[in-house]
Design a binder for this molecule. Structure first.
Ligand code: P6P
Length: 333
């Protein structure tokens, strides 16, 4: 079977549909190459001494794994010199990394969670990289942190790599969602699924149920109904999954449907949720909506939210439209 490579896919989006400028194609190919390198490091594991703690903390006050730091540095180094970016922001860095004067500055902003699901690294469970692309606002010659604070609807591309049994790259430039599989022998990314659609109806939900006592009433009601299954108001049984790697849970939903939830909870009432808006929820919401799903913070579309801070958090309900609309409706009841 003659498959299409990532390069050909992006060239066709650029040439045939005029959908993406050359600089964005370059950006996405650079990110894909960085994800390939991260995949190789992840795959080596203990053999390359990349497991365990780095002995440092990130801006979130979370201890960093060695692979968190390696993945972050890999993405920074890959994107510094290409001339396609104005700046980068990462979960692992307090402030954005601006392109140094020695390199030309481009018109895009790249945001990423370099290694999502770090708690799974040392136990060999799937982890991933999440990225989001924004335009530098018109007329800006000196990029600043505030220029990253754009609603998710302004994203022009987003994607994730999932380092699992196979390494996949799932991305959208606003024309549907495509999935590429890494062929390790040649280092090529091959198109293995296109125009991915999330089924509107599902029987599978993902949430960390150990937090149940901390949830708000609408979430308690929604989950209790799922757990009641055929004996309750839903009249049918449901199944639960929780990988504790957003990338792995969302990829399952992109593949067979489902609803992923990380609600706000009473443990940290001043925080609207655990997950970060700009480089976790926004890119994943972009992909989910491009695949026909829905994504809200319980009250409104995540992509419509106006960010106030670079590392701000948000509650997340995303996936099969029917379920996201139901649980969001309970918040409005
Ligand atoms: P918990 C990983 O740390 C992460 O940011 C997401 O990838 C994942 O969905 C969530 O946190 C897991 O959180 O509280 O279940 O460990």
């Amino acid at each position: 079977m003659n498959r299409i490579s990532l390069t050909q896919y992006l060239v066709e989006k650029q040439r045939e549909k005029g959908l993406i400028p050359g600089e964005l194609r370059l950006l996405l190919e650079v990110v894909a190459r960085a994800c390939k390198r991260i995949s190789y490091a992840v795959g080596k594991g203990a053999l390359a001494g990349v497991l365990g703690e780095a002995g440092s903390e990130n801006v979130q006050g979370e201890s960093q794994k060695k692979l968190d730091v390696i993945a972050n540095e890999t993405l920074l180094e890959a994107n510094l010199w290409g001339g396609h970016l104005a700046a980068m922001a990462s979960e692992e860095m307090d402030h954005p990394h601006f392109i140094p004067n020695e390199y030309p500055m481009g018109g895009f902003l790249l945001l990423f969670d370099p290694l999502d699901g770090s708690s799974n690294i040392d136990v060999n469970v799937s982890i991933g990289t999440i990225f989001s692309v924004l335009r530098l606002p018109e007329g800006v010659s000196e990029p600043r942190e505030e220029h990253f604070l754009q609603p998710g609807d302004r994203q022009i591309a987003a994607g994730y790599a999932v380092y699992g049994p196979s390494t996949l790259l799932v991305l959208s430039v606003g024309d549907g969602v495509a999935c590429f599989t890494l062929e390790r022998e040649t280092g090529s990314w091959w198109l293995t699924a296109d125009h991915i659609r999330i089924p509107e109806r599902t029987k599978e939900f993902a949430i960390n149920a150990s937090n149940a006592r901390h949830w708000e009433p609408p979430v308690r009601r929604y989950i209790d109904e799922l757990l009641a299954g055929g004996t309750g108001p839903r009249g049918r049984d449901f199944n639960m999954r929780w990988v504790a790697s957003m990338v792995a849970d969302v990829h399952r939903i992109m593949t067979r449907g489902g609803v992923f939830m990380y609600p706000r909870d009473a443990r940290e009432p001043d925080k609207p949720g655990k997950l970060r808006l700009l480089y976790e929820a926004n890119p994943m919401s972009f992909l989910v909506e491009q695949a026909g799903g829905a994504a809200t913070n319980g009250h409104e579309r995540i992509l419509a939210l106006q960010p106030g801070k670079l590392h701000e958090r948000v509650a997340v309900f995303m996936g099969s439209r029917e379920e996201v609309e139901r649980v969001t409706g309970y918040h409005r009841a």
